[in-house]
Write a protein that binds this ligand. Structure first.
Ligand code: WTA
Length: 665
């Protein structure tokens, strides 16, 4: 099992932080949606013991159905045939846009903070409805119909959300690809998703630097002949950007000739809403499929309870829409509640390390949600960047993506939250769709580093990794599993249901296997210990070691490679690659530079190995299998506890390996 170092130092004896007084006894009289542990427990028990009653109530409270459901759920984890509200019909864009636009068109849906400091604008629900409708009509004019897939490769701008919502309006399936991925990663996803249309922008801007977004799409599409149209939003207006009139269409020209109303297409609760590619244990990314009703309910309900959203709140999640966090908590969750969501295009250190905190002050943000890696990086710059800003609007501050070490938690709580905000360490995954383990701000006493307790409807289990037996009671460690289906869980992997079953449902029959190690402490709090598979977590981004290995092997100099996660103070884990070169190729620094470039080119900058070590031999079993466990231990500085080495074919390589790692790290 790989254990994340971020948890080191976390112990059950850690301090307990009760919910802040400000939430429990609010000055403005607005009580949190859940204001005590008793209330949490009552609701939680109801969600488990009387699921039909519970889900019927919340699904009708938070969602407007075109055709009401008569059945809450069916299917089981054992059979992998789960469905939620199966006979209900709805449209997500109606729920996220029309409902609020009709009620109050001037309400702000998005606050857009552009890359350039001080360049902010707002999109009201009334305007959003027109934009979504116009774009939906453009997509219809391309011949797209319900069930077709559209790829979205865009910067963090409101139009990215408009594109997602326009797809949802027509029952099209979107697949957003993070715009930091390379052309070959994009091509792989576009082809796998069978997308016929790609929506993009001429260029992106990050930290003042242009990003060649459209050029990357052009490169990717060289290998995707089935793509018929590319819709291009003009973000920077750089005239040098190539434009192919046979295939490319300018966004602004296309919408100008469309009617700004488009009737929403009513879809089944179980129709797919989106695919989102994520890394798995093998080299090929998997297109996780989320459906409509259950996903929307998960997004809305978690946002309401976990961030305690009330009327007038301004919610800011800094994740890119290319990740699940951006899907659920920049777009669908906030809009499903009719709330205001901040879209942040820039980076936290541009022009300096106070950018987030200035953002909070300027827009009077009430809930702020980011990743531990950003918290750790900003903390290094010193408190003054934070304290010079007025952050008194904040009530809840959240963390997601990787375990947050207690030191970073405490800094976030004391300096950013001023000791007056609830800190919510939310555990979830692309596959879970929305939070599954999380504190509730007005109720849960927090322990820094623990994601605390399950969300409503989520029945957790800790299993013995070897026997699969459920470990009952407290003070247990093992692998994390979920015992029953919940509404926002992924339903399948695009085009490969077998892989879905094998990855999540077959390892421990009857359970959803999350792929993380976890423990439940003496007080019943859950602590996530990091991935137990070949997935590493770099700055909260999931990366499969196999994917990086396949990129390395593409280089003609490489004979073999093995990639592991190395503990890293800033990014949680960092990519550490071991490479053997083909005969006759000299191990020089130039080769190393080239290999790193190869990975950046094949996957994208997020996969850059921090350390690349050229070795003569990799540790292998006698049958020739690479023993990654040894490499993991060595890079973690645990070479003295390598465990059973009897399978290692040539133990003499260890000393050289250890000294090379010591020199490199
Ligand atoms: C990790 C991101 C500890 C975990 C929403 C999980 C966390 C993977 C936490 C999913 C947390 C996410 N504490 N670990 N609060 N949140 N993780 O799919 O290993 O990009 O399996 O979804 O991130 O990453 P993904």
């Amino acid at each position: 099992m790989t254990t994340s170092t971020a948890q080191e130092g976390a112990s059950e004896a850690a301090a307990i932080y009760p919910p802040p007084q400000r939430l429990v006894n609010p000055e403005n009289g607005v009580k949190p949606w859940c204001s005590s542990m008793e209330e949490y427990e009552t609701l939680y028990k109801e969600s488990i013991n009387e699921p039909t009653k519970f889900w019927t109530r919340v699904a009708n409270e938070l969602i407007t159905w075109d055709k009401p459901f008569t059945r809450v759920s069916q299917g089981s984890l054992k059979d992998g045939d789960m469905a939620w509200f199966p006979d209900g019909q709805l449209n997500i864009s109606y729920n996220c846009v029309d409902r609020w636009a009709l009620q109050d068109p001037e309400r702000v849906a998005f606050v857009y903070e552009a890359d350039a400091p001080g360049e902010a604008s707002k999109v009201t629900y009334g305007e959003l409805l027109k934009q979504v409708c116009s774009l939906a009509n453009v997509l219809t004019s391309f011949g797209l119909r319900k069930g077709d897939t559209v790829a979205i490769y865009m910067p963090m701008i409101p139009e990215a959300a408009v594109a997602m919502l326009a797809c949802a309006r027509l029952g099209l399936v979107h697949t957003v690809v993070f715009a930091g991925f390379s052309s070959s990663s994009l091509a792989e996803r576009v082809a796998d998703a069978r997308a016929r249309v790609v929506i993009t922008a001429d260029e992106g801007l990050r930290g003042g630097r242009p990003i060649r977004t459209k050029a990357i799409v052009d490169e990717a599409l060289l290998t995707c002949p089935e793509v018929e149209k590319v819709l291009v939003f003009r973000r920077t207006g750089n005239e040098a950007v190539a434009f192919n009139p046979d295939r490319d269409v300018w966004w602004h020209e296309a919408i100008a000739s469309q009617r700004p109303y488009c009737p929403p297409v009513s879809v089944s609760s179980e129709d797919p809403l989106f695919l989102l590619y994520t890394s798995g244990s093998t080299g090929k990314p998997k297109g996780v499929v989320h459906t409509t009703g259950g996903y929307l309910l998960g997004a809305a309900m978690t946002l309401k309870y976990v961030f305690d959203i009330h009327d007038g709140d301004v919610f800011c999640c800094t994740a890119d829409i290319g990740w699940i966090t951006g899907h659920t908590y920049v777009v669908y969750g906030p809009l499903a509640l009719g709330s205001t969501s901040v879209i942040f295009e820039s980076v936290p250190t541009f022009p300096d390390a106070s950018r987030y905190w200035k953002l909070v002050e300027d827009h009077k943000i009430t809930q702020f949600y980011t990743a531990p890696t950003a918290i750790r990086a900003l903390r290094r710059h010193g408190d003054s960047y934070v304290t010079k800003h007025d952050l008194s609007s904040l009530r809840v501050i959240g963390s997601v993506g990787e375990p947050i070490n207690p030191d970073a938690w405490t800094w976030y709580n004391n300096i950013v939250g001023g000791g007056k905000c609830a800190v919510v360490d939310t555990y979830w995954q692309t596959e879970t769709g929305s939070h599954v383990i999380t504190p509730l701000p007005g109720a849960t006493p927090a322990k820094p580093g623990s994601a605390t307790f399950p969300f409503f409807g989520v029945e957790l289990a800790i299993l013995d990794p070897q026997t699969g037996e459920e470990l009952e009671g407290n003070d247990v460690s093992g692998v994390l599993a979920i015992k029953r289906p919940w509404p926002s869980m992924a339903r399948t992997i695009a085009g490969d249901h077998k892989r879905f079953l094998e990855t999540y449902l077959r390892p421990y029959p009857g359970y959803y296997f999350a792929g993380d190690g976890a423990s439940r402490d003496a007080d019943g709090y859950y602590w996530i210990r990091g991935r137990v598979d070949d997935v590493i977590n770099v700055s909260g981004h999931r990366m499969s070691t196999a994917e990086v290995e396949s990129a390395l092997i593409c280089h003609p100099a490489v004979a073999e490679s093995a990639v592991v996660g190395a503990p890293d103070e800033l990014t949680g884990q960092a990519i550490c690659a071991f490479v053997t070169l083909k005969d006759g190729i000299e191990a020089t620094d130039d080769v190393k530079v080239e290999l790193v470039k190869e990975v950046r080119h094949r996957i994208g900058p997020i996969a850059t190995p921090k350390t690349l070590i050229l070795v003569d031999e990799l540790p292998k079993t006698r049958s020739g299998k690479i023993i990654r466990r040894i490499l993991r231990k060595v890079v973690a500085g645990e070479a003295d506890t390598l465990g059973d080495l009897s399978t290692l074919s040539d133990p003499s390589i260890l000393d050289v390996l250890i000294s090379k790692v010591a020199a490199a790290l």
